[in-house]
Design a protein around this ligand. Structure first.
Ligand code: SF4
Ligand code: MG
Length: 339
């Protein structure tokens, strides 16, 4: 499939007396119709990355490095980091759109649902008249399972689930090639969450857009993603086909996440979390950022940062165990048997 998005070494910092390096040299690639899941605990930089990829960072967050290339439906490549605000406005909604966790923040509380569709159409489809805009809004609402009469409703008159559906309908209004979704269902109860996820899958199959889906819920991502990136301390620590991660995750952090989250479908997992906390991103990180929490950590982990590299027959992951021959993994607690 054709390339939609390529990010290379993207870094983001929150400026301040001690800058927080929230995203550190993240690279990714997304093709037409693909779902890329990005998983990680809260504070790992995944939302910041989403904002960077869609050029929505606001001070004090600044992109401090890297390039973001977007390929539009005509095959033209745009350097998103170098776009003028006017060009960016043209691409947003029409080429790529966003769905964030809080539907209430995404919707204008003082205008009707119909008026919010009108705003998008008036900017991007000036040739549409009022009747056409209204008709298209009604069809989009129907598409996400909402009574089209709701065009006249105001956000506060809708349930949380309905509001999130409206946000999804708005994101799809101009049939973009890419939709970035950051925790789109996290605020909803499990049943509504399930309905909306099914809706997203159906729409994606129908319309063929690519998705970057961000959540702390690895179980959910394993179910819906084609490829999956696991983020820790602002970095991708494992990046692989989702199916392979489910079977044989390589990074100890991914393995820990797999043990600690329940899956939406199927049995609950044992919910023991990973003990300890992520590092303070205002500091320089010596060695592997996961070392203080890693049950496999050995000497080298404390002094040398592992690189995100593939092992033969595997995919990129950042862990020194990659270089350790199978079966001879050094342990944190070394017992000298001859002593
Ligand atoms: Fe654990 Fe060392 Fe691998 Fe880091 S590099 S994940 S500390 S084994
Ligand atoms: Mg977040």
């Amino acid at each position: 499939a054709s390339l939609v998005l390529r990010a290379t070494d993207v870094s983001v910092a929150y400026e301040g007396r001690r800058p927080t390096r929230a995203v550190r040299e993240v690279s990714l690639e997304l093709h037409a119709g693909e779902v890329l899941g990005i998983a990680g605990e809260s504070g790992c930089g995944k939302s910041t990355l989403a904002y960077a990829l869609t050029r929505m960072l606001r001070p004090p967050a600044v992109q401090t490095g890297g390039t973001i290339e977007y390929v539009d439906r005509d095959g033209r490549t745009w350097d998103l980091t170098a776009l003028e605000p006017g060009e960016l406005r043209k691409l947003r909604w029409a080429e790529f759109s966003m769905v964030f966790q809080s539907a209430m923040n995404a919707l204008n509380p003082v205008t009707s649902v119909g008026a919010q569709f009108d705003d998008i159409f008036r900017t991007h489809r000036p040739e549409m008249d009022r009747a056409e805009r209204r008709e298209r809004a009604r069809r989009l609402l129907e598409m996400v399972g909402i009574d089209p009469k709701r065009v006249r409703s105001f956000p506060h008159e809708l349930s949380g689930g309905m509001r999130q559906r409206v946000v999804i309908a708005l994101a799809l209004a101009l049939e973009p090639r890419l939709v970035v979704m950051d925790e789109p269902t996290t605020a909803l109860d499990v049943l509504v969450q399930r309905e909306i996820l099914d809706e997203i899958s159906r729409l994606r199959a129908e319309l063929g857009f690519a998705v970057i889906f961000i959540t702390h819920d690895l179980g959910l991502l394993l179910e819906i993603s084609d490829s999956l990136a696991v983020m820790y301390a602002g970095q991708f620590v494992e990046y692989a086909p989702a199916r392979r991660i489910a079977e044989e995750a390589q990074h100890p952090y991914t393995q820990g996440l797999l043990r600690s989250f329940p899956s939406l479908r199927g049995g609950r997992r044992d919910l023991r979390g990973i003990p300890g906390n992520p590092p303070d991103l205002r500091q320089d990180l010596d060695g592997c950022p996961f070392a203080p929490r890693c049950e496999h950590a050995f000497d080298r982990c404390r002094t040398e940062a592992p690189q995100l590299l593939a092992a033969p027959g595997y995919w990129p992951f950042s862990c020194h165990l990659r270089d350790v021959p199978n079966g001879s993994e050094p342990r944190k607690v070394e017992v000298d048997e001859r002593a």
